[in-house]
Unconditional design. Structure first.
Length: 142
C-alpha cells in the first residue's frame, strides 16, 4: 500500500535557449561581421583604386568568414549519427548536382549561351544542400 512511487520515464535535461541555439547565434554574428567588413572593404577599395594597400583591405572579409566556417564545422561535429548521415548525404547530393549543372551548362555555353560566373556555384551548392537536407530528413522520418 505504501510502496515506492512508480518509475518515471527518463527525460532529457532542459537546456536554455542559449545552449540550444548557440551555434546559430554565433554563425549569425560571424555572418553579420562578414557583411559589415565586406561593405567597408568594398567602399575603401572603390574609393582608393590606386592605393598599394587595397589588396590587404580586399582580403579582410575573409577573417569573419573563417570564423563562420569554424562555428559551422563545430556545429557539424556535435550532430548525432543520424543527423551526420543526413548532412553527408545532402552534401554529396549538392556536390553531384552542382557538378552536373555546371558541366552541363558548359556545353550550353559552347552552343552560344552566355558565360555563367563562378560566383553562382556556391549559392547553387547551398540551394542543393538545403533541398538535400530537407529530402533526407523527410526520408529518415518516414
Amino acid at each position: 500500500m505504501f510502496g515506492p512511487p512508480p518509475p518515471q520515464p527518463a527525460r532529457a535535461p532542459i537546456q536554455s535557449s542559449w545552449v540550444t541555439y548557440r551555434s546559430q547565434i554565433n554563425f549569425g554574428f560571424a555572418m553579420l561581421a562578414y557583411l559589415m567588413v565586406l561593405v567597408g572593404a568594398i567602399i575603401a577599395v572603390q574609393a582608393n583604386p590606386g592605393a598599394p594597400w587595397r589588396y590587404y583591405v580586399a582580403v579582410l572579409p575573409a577573417v569573419p568568414a573563417v570564423i563562420g566556417l569554424v562555428v559551422f564545422v563545430r556545429a557539424l561535429m556535435r550532430l548525432d549519427e543520424v543527423q551526420t548521415r543526413i548532412q553527408l548525404y545532402a552534401l554529396g547530393l549538392a556536390v553531384g548536382a552542382v557538378a552536373l549543372v555546371t558541366f552541363g551548362y558548359a556545353f550550353f555555353e559552347g552552343a552560344g549561351l552566355p558565360h555563367m560566373p563562378p560566383a553562382y556555384v556556391l549559392p547553387l551548392m547551398g540551394i542543393f544542400w538545403g533541398v538535400g537536407t530537407a529530402y533526407f530528413s523527410w526520408r529518415y522520418r518516414s
